[in-house]
Design a protein around this ligand. Structure first.
Ligand code: SAM
Length: 266
């Protein structure tokens, strides 16, 4: 899969995408990341990428021409044929739809993903209206630019590319991942997230400064471990993200646990 990031600060990406899974995915040829400097698509002496807003008001707005020209240079399919060509152009914007694991999974099925990073007061509206296929926000807060958001999307999508994680089951068991198996044999398939938050993880030492790893995890009883992890995941989700419970298939045992927890909190 190829990512194209359009930015006025290309240097920003020196570093954040050069570590761990994202780095290995690039080295293995699973992901390619090309950063495009929007100033290279300007035609004036000052390489101007922004201008004052029509109608007055604060700040500057990123001009449409460098962004349209940069996307033109990528030779994507026409907008109406992009989905079929497995291509997508995304404008990073706090006004966009909230980026989540479901969208990450959908984007991981693409061949080319273009990420447009705004700055200043934002991007000329024609980019969102006529060039991008969608606007995505990475959270309900306003950042200074789209670069951090683009890096987050690249990371979240890359780890979902087949072969990017050493162990494919890891992605299935992670927080938010829906459709994962809930039961299984042996320690490697003890609990799928199924859309819940992840269960707690521990490693050695089993006793650190008197803080002990739960007995169940060192019992060797895989069925007990699976049930413990499921219970913990349900509890943590009920406590921190009760909204997620509405879209998760809960077993009778899970439901009973949720009822007990909510009765306790009353
Ligand atoms: N005036 C805009 C508003 O109030 O909605 C905010 C512009 S923001 C300062 C500049 C750029 O940062 C945006 O064009 C966008 O690319 C990026 N940005 C800021 N917050 C973001 C968020 N939560 N998600 C994605 N991109 C964001």
């Amino acid at each position: 899969m190829k990512f194209h990031i359009l930015t006025i600060f290309p240097e920003f990406f020196r570093g954040p995408l050069d570590y761990g899974i994202v780095r290995r995915a690039q080295e293995a040829g699973l992901a390619g990341i090309v950063v495009h400097d929007l100033r290279a698509f300007t035609h004036d002496r000052h390489r101007t990428v922004d201008d004052r807003p029509f109608g007055g008001g604060e700040g500057m707005v990123l001009k449409p021409e460098p962004i349209f020209e940069c996307v033109d240079s990528l030779g994507l399919s026409p907008r109406e044929a992009r989905a079929r060509a497995r291509e997508s152009v995304v404008l990073l914007s706090p006004q966009g739809r909230l980026f989540d694991q479901d969208i990450a999974l959908e984007l991981a099925g693409l061949e080319r993903l273009v990420l447009i990073c705004g700055r200043y007061e934002g991007v000329d509206e024609r980019v969102g209206a006529f060039l991008a296929d969608r606007e995505l926000s990475i959270g309900e807060y306003v950042l200074s630019g789209g670069e951090l958001g683009a890096a987050i999307i690249v990371d979240a999508v890359t780890r979902l590319l087949p072969g990017a994680l050493g162990n494919e089951a890891s992605a299935q068991q992670e927080s938010f991942t829906r459709g994962a198996a809930v039961t299984g044999e042996g320690p490697s398939s003890t609990c799928g997230s199924g859309g819940l938050l992840d269960y707690p993880h521990y490693t050695r030492p089993a006793d650190y400064r008197g803080m002990k790893v739960p007995d169940t995890l060192i019992s060797g009883n895989h069925e007990e471990i699976r049930r413990w992890r499921r219970r913990e995941a349900v509890q943590k989700t009920a406590r921190n993200r009760p909204d997620l419970l509405e879209r998760v298939a809960l077993s009778a045992e899970d439901k009973q646990l949720v009822e007990t927890l909510s009765a306790r909190d009353k």
